[in-house]
Design a protein around this ligand. Sequence first.
Ligand SMILES: Nc1ncnc2c1ncn2[C@@H]1O[C@H](COP(=O)(O)OP(=O)(O)OP(=O)(O)O)[C@@H](O)[C@H]1O
Ligand SMILES: [Mg+2]
Length: 333
Amino acid sequence: MIEVKNLRKEFKQNRADAGLLRMLFGRVPSETVTALEDVTFNVEEGEFYSLLGRNGAGKTTTIKVICTLLLADSGTVTVGGHDVERESSSVRAMLGVSIRGERSVYWRLSGRQNLAYFGRLYDVKGAALRNRIEEIGEIVGLSERLDDYVERYSMGMKQRLAIGCALIHRPRVLLLDEPTIGLDAASARDFRDFISHELRARENVTILYTTHYMHEAEEMSDRIGIVNHGRIVAEGTPSKIIGMVPGNSVVTIDAKNAVNIDLSTLSALDSIERVHAESLDSGSSKIRIEAVVGTEVPVADVVHRLTSLGAEIGNLSVSRPTLEDAFLRLTAD
Ligand SMILES: Nc1ncnc2c1ncn2[C@@H]1O[C@H](COP(=O)(O)OP(=O)(O)OP(=O)(O)O)[C@@H](O)[C@H]1O
Ligand SMILES: [Mg+2]
């Protein structure tokens, strides 16, 4: 649905001391920043694809090129087979966009007036527009508040309205740049539920998403592309990305009567890499069991062996490598 191939984009940036240099030398050497070095990825129809990357990695620039707000220096982008440069109006008709920092709704208008305004921009009018506004009010959970001024909305309501405006013309593709920034934990959760259940289920849109919240990307994405210095450095399902960096799943057990147990009975198990025990002041032991990379500790088996040797199991915790671990490794300098 979205095909991005070898995208490159440089920006000329004014130096902070440009004024002084111009006064002294009459000219200012221009500085270029390469925002996109070589970005290639595809988003399939109906897919939820997230771009993750550090600040300045090139995520927003990529989104702006796809939605025809920026022209790339080279490379191609098509949306539903339409080229963003040559067929920009067909592309715009297929897209709904919400970009962080771009004020996308009018605070002095009501929710309904905003939706009507965006509808007319996209040539949705009359009864079709009125029906679509009611429908969107329901999808984004603002039916009761559509006639309130947006300035009275909470941040989460404003975000949902912005998405509602982006949906007014039934786009097949939605580009969302950090839509959950600034939401409290509960509102962000509601927002994710709204995207996963209401939006994806009812509207059947393809979604390209950016976020700095790892759990959000992990929970919602079919696939993730990790962007670093203007390139996609890793791509795949969340679990594939997590599996890309070495990291072991670890089980930690507090046990009583375990001091004299011969732990080699655990390290003999196939998927166990290492076992380490430490005696605690309380007289119990903390046993740390690391699995071989790519496997899991066989918890039931371990507990069975320990209890049959007389240990009494207290706390047991399992930790696995996270998307954040993988992200930090894949984007390290
Ligand atoms: N209009 C612009 N003029 C000059 N440089 C720009 C412009 N827009 C982006 N850049 C530069 O391009 C690079 C990529 O920026 P971009 O906004 O795409 O990053 P990002 O991945 O969205 O980062 P963030 O996570 O902070 O939003 C940065 O170095 C940025 O300073
Ligand atoms: Mg950005």
